[in-house]
Design a protein around this ligand. Structure first.
Ligand SMILES: Cc1cc2nc3c(=O)[nH]c(=O)nc-3n(C[C@H](O)[C@H](O)[C@H](O)COP(=O)(O)OP(=O)(O)OC[C@H]3O[C@@H](n4cnc5c(N)ncnc54)[C@H](O)[C@@H]3O)c2cc1C
Length: 347
């Protein structure tokens, strides 16, 4: 049995803790707030899970495997958190051969939709919808609660909420906590999201994304209940949305509403641009009620622009760059850490 110490109880920390505990390791998870923590980037109503990466059959195949992982996690953790409602990606009608070819090579099921079947969502002129069947939305808050409940019941797991990590000794694999105590492990994961740069020096770029939460009119609720998640939508193909359902609101945003930020504490900017995107993404936008407009952060690797695991110490790993797909890919981090813990066991 290895001793695994995890800082941060967002999706990365919690799913990794589940994986390590199941593999027989002793695990401690520490967070500066409650577990789960509503101020983590992971704590939101939904996160998309999809596989199709047009032009990249290998990446599509890897992501399709994640769909099956999340179904297994749902069965293990309990609670209905995977809404398998499909994901529609807007795609130029004259280039559908490419996307059909990638889906065939990656062995995923897609279908082409006439835009008229999505009357409440704007697709760019000349686009069709490519519907991916084995995809949809993870109800993110429910995932975090289900994982936390499972971990609380596990005898080899210790959850330590309300403990801030103030320093990391990367050579000694040791966390210093704000109450003057420390935690030492054989393998350590810093899953402290966008705040990881305050603990170790890992070059990342901070992104701030503005999202709009809407209530549909009563007469459209039934339609939205069956609607898929959607990307590459809106007049300029930069929009995406996650439909309401299972107690969540309709959420939309655009790559145009994401910008580089210098710090996590910059004041909120003008929200007019976010409101304007409602008009670009939805038909009849005036019929929806704005419930909230939020700003949320994620980080990408300064070189690759993607999520990546860094290794700031011999047995210390950091998910400083989580990427825009950091939720659905959390099980891949868990795989990596459990392999290291197993290697520690063998040593
Ligand atoms: C608007 C938006 C939309 C997104 N959409 C998607 C999507 O559709 N699909 C997808 O897969 N991904 C999506 N992502 C990305 C995804 O949400 C993140 O990559 C992921 O949630 C990061 O999880 P994490 O556990 O690594 O970090 P976090 O969830 O941020 O968790 C970090 C935890 O560390 C704790 N912490 C920080 N510092 C300390 C400290 N010093 N001591 C103790 N604890 C500390 C925090 O309290 C927090 O609980 C989106 C992100 C945003 C912002």
């Amino acid at each position: 049995m290895s001793v695994v110490v995890i800082a941060g109880a967002g999706v990365t920390g919690l799913i990794t803790a589940v994986r390590c505990a199941r593999a027989g390791h002793r695990v401690t998870v520490v967070d500066r707030g409650p577990i789960p923590n509503p101020s983590s980037s992971s704590f939101d109503q939904h996160r998309a899970i999809r596989a199709l990466a047009p032009g990249d059959a290998a990446a599509t195949r890897t992501s399709a495997a994640l769909h099956r992982r999340w179904l297994r996690l749902q069965a293990l953790l309990g609670g209905q958190f995977y809404r398998r409602i499909g994901v529609v990606t807007g795609w130029p009608a004259d280039r559908t051969d490419d996307v059909v070819d990638v889906a065939r090579r990656a062995d995923i099921t897609i279908s082409l939709l006439d835009p008229n079947t999505l009357p409440h969502i704007v697709l760019p002129a000349g686009y069709v919808g490519v519907r991916e069947t084995d995809a949809g939305v993870l109800l993110a808050e429910r995932v975090l609660h289900a994982a936390t409940a499972w971990l609380r019941r596990h005898p080899a797991v210790t959850l330590r909420p309300w403990r801030e990590v103030v320093a990391v000794d990367t050579d000694a694999t040791r966390l210093e906590l704000d109450d003057g105590t420390s935690l030492t492990g054989e393998v350590m994961l810093l899953a402290t999201g966008a705040w990881t740069g305050q603990l170790v020096d890992v070059p990342t770029i901070l992104h701030r994304q503005t999202t709009v939460y809407l209530r549909p009119p009563d007469d459209l609720r039934a339609w939205w209940d069956r609607a898929p998640s959607a990307g590459n939508i809106g007049a300029d193909a930069t929009g995406w949305l996650m439909p309401p359902g299972a107690g969540t609101l309709l959420k939309l945003s655009s790559t145009e509403l994401c910008r580089d930020a210098a710090t996590l504490t910059e004041p909120n900017e003008d929200r007019t641009a976010a409101r304007q995107y409602i008009d670009r993404i939805l038909t009849d936008p005036h019929r929806y009620t704005v419930a909230a407009i939020k700003q949320c952060h994620y980080t990408v690797d300064a070189v690759t622009g993607c999520g990546a695991l860094a290794q700031p110490g011999p047995a210390v790993w950091a998910r400083a760059a989580t990427g825009g797909d950091g939720f659905r890919t959390a099980p891949l981090v868990a795989d990596h850490i459990v392999e290291l813990a197993a290697a520690g066991l063998a040593a």
